[in-house]
Design a protein around this ligand. Structure first.
Ligand code: MN3
Length: 202
């Protein structure tokens, strides 16, 4: 079964003014669609067609580069869209909030480390909050469309929060001001979804 572009759960305008509608339309409808199309082409006629995107990522070293780039692109963006929501932001609560405090000291310190990971990723890539194998939380970043599920990743874990820092994610509105985009992201973070992913990973 071929991979498909997942629909957004909100209108492209819904995250304004933090993420503009034009960026959302192009990012979802053009960039993500291209990853899906190219992933399907790269897997056509192979056993990979029968696997989930998570299974492919976990064994990515066995696949050619187009699968790594486009498969990562499909997994990363599919997750990213669900981690944002209109009328979101605020603070995490419950077990997730306690885990963040335990790992980072407090929420502000977590945000600082995450923003640093996002800002210092040279070129294109992603910043992550992950649950590691020992069930603790960590912040890291990956280049290009790699992610922490991949067996080749330097930092491995189950992603529960992700931020796309490719220029295509912010350039129309923020131009070269990546830190401003990262700062605005906190206004649209869907902490309910992050908490759900945290629970599933535990
Ligand atoms: Mn992107």
């Amino acid at each position: 079964m071929a991979f498909e572009l997942p629909a957004l759960a909100y209108a492209p305008t819904a995250l304004e003014p933090h993420i503009d509608a034009r960026t959302m339309e192009i990012h979802h409808g053009k960039h993500h669609q291209a990853y899906v199309t190219n992933l399907n082409a790269a897997l056509a006629g192979t056993d990979g067609e029968k696997l989930s995107i998570e299974e492919i990522c976990k064994n990515i070293s066995k696949y050619p580069m187009p699968v790594r780039n486009n498969g990562g692109g499909h997994y990363n963006h599919s997750l990213f869209w669900t981690l944002m929501a209109p009328n979101a932001g605020g603070n995490p609560t419950g077990d997730l909030a306690a885990a963040i405090d335990k790992a980072f000291g407090n929420l502000d310190e977590f945000k600082k480390q995450f923003a640093t990971a996002a800002a210092t990723r040279f070129g294109s890539g992603w910043a992550w909050l992950c649950v590691k194998e020992d069930k603790s939380l960590c912040v890291c970043s990956t280049p290009n469309q790699d992610n922490p599920l991949m067996d080749i990743a330097e930092c491995k874990g189950t992603p529960i929060l992700a931020l796309d820092v490719w220029e295509h994610a912010y350039y129309l509105h923020y131009q070269n001001r990546r830190p401003d985009y990262v700062g605005a992201f906190w206004n649209v973070v869907n902490w309910n979804k992050v908490a759900e992913l945290y629970k599933n990973a535990m």
